[in-house]
Design a protein around this ligand. Structure first.
Ligand code: EPZ
Length: 434
């Protein structure tokens, strides 16, 4: 009997080849926010009706979330940037392990599943390249709402004791303003019996987007965007047709493409209050910006150094720390960057150093001395924002920069190279057998 060898897994060497030194001009369109769309998709589990979400970005994370919801029994229908999520028949309360492993945001299912079904079993999301990513606050809050929660063999099992199977309102104080914990507990509380108060809640725009969706579904959420959110539980939530906010992190990345190439670009839609700290830093760097309706026009000739420290919203967003460091690597003068949100989100420093950046790293602090020109080199993005930072650095470098780590990039940016090439960049996506 001959055993046919199993076909070898075809490893592909996917990469972007970025040609540096080109000026950009034109308009960059901003997609819907990944970090809002993912949690809004999970909210469909709270209702037996169909939830229609518009302006959903075409990202691999969104596809993965759709697969996880479908595995739970949700009918998922995608039409361009519109997704219909019919949660009438939830067939199980435990998303498959192999799917959950591919997407941390799948943990967003635990709150709505518990609220809807009275039970949920979701693998721990685990850490990633940027940090341990604990869910302690999520679990503590669910217990305050009356759930029994155990964590065994890497799986979080939650259930609501008693006949009603319904969570009860409670007073939750978060030890840290965790975005994911705030959103998880808002969804759990939406169907709970009574009033829930979340103190020290995250203030991010994506939290406000979720509150608006829950209210559009018949929920009673107030105070989103302030440190204290009050949710009065309702028996059921109904259908809604809702558009996701623009992606402030993608918008910031596009603004940086103009700044790092010393070009003028129009970026939109941009909601200025979502980018307050970012626009302040670009202004400090010497960029000129004019808001034209929902678009922001930016131009840059010379970039001055500036310091930045990542903080919870409305402070400077950690998701733009790496992309901004690429800009600072080419600025006039010395900058200090402090990463206070994640314990391991400075891995892009080594990659920028390969391109000739002058950076000294001490713990969570990087001291960057701007250089006249970066030099193109083979580099790798270690998380989705670091991958974007490498593309930006490549736009400004002499020669060609080869960027690997596209599996991260494609999670947060839809066709980044296509969008940048349309405004004058020269980026090729190559993929051949490794
Ligand atoms: C969300 O992650 C975003 N992801 C992240 O974007 C973003 O960087 C982060 O918020 C901060 O703004 C999504 O929305 C899908 P956190 P989340 O809970 O909810 C600590 C990207 O690039 N913490 O606010 O996981 C935690 O360790 C991604 O798009 C606890 O200590 O972030 C971290 O240091 C990356 N205990 C800090 O809080 C907890 O129980 C912020 O985490 C929970 C969190």
């Amino acid at each position: 009997m001959t055993l046919s060898a199993a076909p070898a897994l075809q490893l592909l060497d996917s990469r972007l080849e970025v040609s540096g030194g080109l000026k950009l001009s034109g308009e960059l369109r901003v997609s819907g926010a990944k970090n809002s769309a993912l949690v809004l998709m999970a909210a469909c589990l709270l209702s037996r009706d169909t939830l229609r979400l518009r302006n959903v970005p075409p990202l691999t994370d969104i596809t993965a979330m759709g697969e996880i919801l479908a595995a739970l029994g949700v009918q998922v229908t995608r039409q361009g940037d519109c997704i219909d999520l019919d949660g009438e028949h939830i067939t199980q309360a435990a998303p498959p392990y192999e799917l959950v492993n591919s997407l941390r945001a799948s943990f967003f299912c635990i709150g709505p599943l518990l609220a809807r079904m009275g039970t949920a079993q979701v693998p721990l999301p685990g850490g990633c390249q940027i940090g341990s990513r604990p869910v302690v606050e999520h679990v503590k809050g669910l217990k305050t709402l009356g759930a029994q929660v155990t964590i065994e063999h890497g799986v979080v099992t939650a259930s609501v004791p008693g006949r009603s199977k319904r969570l009860r309102g409670g007073h939750i104080h978060l030890d840290c303003p965790s975005v994911g914990a705030t959103e998880t507990l808002m969804m759990a509380a939406a169907l709970a019996d009574g009033e829930t108060v979340i103190d020290n809640a995250a203030l991010e725009p994506e939290v406000i987007d979720l509150a608006r969706l829950l209210n559009a579904m018949g929920g009673r959420v107030r105070g989103a965007g302030t440190p204290t959110i009050v949710i009065n539980g309702v028996p059921t939530l109904h259908e809604a047709d809702y558009a996701v906010i623009p992606d402030r992190i993608e918008a910031g990345t596009f603004l940086l493409a103009a700044a790092i190439t010393r070009s003028s670009l129009t970026v939109g839609p941009v909601i200025p209050e979502h980018l307050g700290a970012v626009l302040t830093k670009l202004d400090e760097a010497g960029c000129r910006m004019v808001q034209e309706g929902t678009n922001l026009r930016i131009s840059a000739e010379s970039i001055q150094a500036f310091d930045l420290r990542t903080m919870p919203f409305p402070g400077f967003p950690t998701d733009l720390q790496a992309p901004f460091m690429s800009l600072l690597a080419t600025a006039n003068g010395t900058s200090v960057v402090v990463e206070t949100i994640f314990e391991n989100r400075l891995q892009h420093v080594a990659e920028l150093q390969r391109m000739g950046a002058s950076i000294r790293l001490q713990g969570n602090t990087a001291c960057i001395e701007g250089v006249a020109r970066l030099s193109g080199a083979p580099v790798r993005g270690t998380d989705l924002r670091a991958s974007a930072a490498m593309v930006l650095a490549g736009l400004a470098a002499d020669g060609v920069t080869t960027v690997r780590g596209l599996e991260f990039l494609d999670r947060g940016y839809a066709n980044l190279e296509g969008k940048l090439n349309a405004v004058g960049a020269r980026i090729r996506r190559l993929s051949d057998p490794a």
